[in-house]
Design a binder for this molecule. Structure first.
Ligand code: SF4
Ligand code: MG
Length: 325
């Protein structure tokens, strides 16, 4: 697949009163049409910051992009004019968030919010836009869409509100949809429904989907490829099947051991010992070394570069051994 969205060697720092936090330290990933890329990591690993940099919605200051590239169909966005960036982001890349309430405007009906985009960006008349808004609510399976366009965000349940946000994100037919923890705030049943809906829409529209999550369980069924982030770096990239069959990085292996398994009810779950590092003081060498069961002297001294393991990479000095079990 030709990449539609490419992030390359992206670097972001937060300049805080306590010092410089190196939040992204050279993040690269890409997503193509019809492909689902899962970005997996604990909170603070840089998953959301990467997405915010792509969307141009970083809080600057304190956040500064200090290097790298974000390209849409090969066009550099980081240095494009503000107008051009807004255009590309309005038409090409859409984003949905964990919290639909904060993404939707409480004082307007959901119909109005969808219609406004269509009128502004597509030049639709009021009645055309209304018709399209109803279709979009239908598409995300909101019952009685014809009536619900007139409701306000607070009149929807959490799951339905998430659907409204998805409908809004789809209004301009984006080629790439970035979903940042889209189901984290919902209960398990509703989570599964929203994931199914996203997967279905992604397939039907051949959209690129970037699915950001801390939950390995969520990505198992929908991801084509997975990148695993730790301390502002990508520590492993692999296709989903290969990664689940045999992780190539000790951090991924630890995440998998902490995942509940349906077929293995009796076993106790391991949690990963220790906490993610402070980005103000990233450990020397491999940033995972304080928590890594395999760490050796070399890990404290040398930052492991991504090693090519044949169609997948792992940033661990001992990647081939980890992959071999
Ligand atoms: Fe563990 Fe060393 Fe590999 Fe880092 S480089 S993941 S510390 S074995
Ligand atoms: Mg986040």
């Amino acid at each position: 697949v030709d990449p539609v969205l490419e992030v390359e060697d992206l670097r972001v720092e937060f300049r805080t009163r306590d010092g410089v936090a190196r939040v992204l330290n050279g993040v690269s990933y890409h997503v193509g049409a019809g492909e689902t890329l899962a970005v997996l990591g604990e909170s603070g690993s840089g998953k959301s910051v990467t997405a915010q940099a792509v969307m141009g919605i970083l809080d600057t200051p304190p956040a500064f992009v200090t290097g790298g590239s974000v390209r849409f169909h090969g066009e550099e966005l980081l240095t494009a004019s503000a107008d051009r960036r807004r255009e590309v982001r309005a038409e090409g890349i859409a984003m949905i968030f964990q919290d639909a309430l904060s993404a939707l405007n409480p004082v307007f009906t959901v119909g109005f919010q969808i219609e406004e985009q269509l009128r502004l960006r597509r030049g639709m008349s009021r009645s055309e836009a209304r018709k399209r808004a109803v279709e979009l609510l239908d598409l995300v399976k909101i019952p009685h869409a014809r009536f619900r366009v007139r409701d306000y965000p607070h009149q929807f349940s959490g799951g339905m509100r998430q659907r409204v946000m998805i409908a809004m994100a789809l209004a301009l037919d984006p080629e790439v949809l970035i979903a940042d923890e889209p189901t984290t705030a919902l209960d398990v049943t509703v989570q599964a429904q929203i994931m199914d809906l996203l997967a279905e829409i992604q397939r039907e529209r051949r959209m690129g989907l970037v699915l950001i999550t801390h939950d390995l369980g969520v990505v198992a069924e929908v991801a084509d490829r997975i990148v695993v982030m730790y301390a502002g770096r990508i520590v492993e990239e692999a296709d989903a099947f290969a990664l689940f069959r045999s992780p190539g990085h000790p951090y991924t292996a630890a995440l998998m051991r902490s995942l509940p398994r349906l077929d293995d009810k009796g076993s106790t779950l391991e949690t990963i010992k220790g906490l993610p590092p402070s980005l103000l003081r990233i450990p020397s060498g491999c940033p995972f070394h304080p928590r890594c069961p395999r760490a050796e002297d070399r890990c404290l001294a040398e930052v492991p570069p991504p090693l090519d393991l044949g169609g997948r990479t792992s940033a661990c000095h001992f990647a081939p051994e980890v992959l071999g079990g």
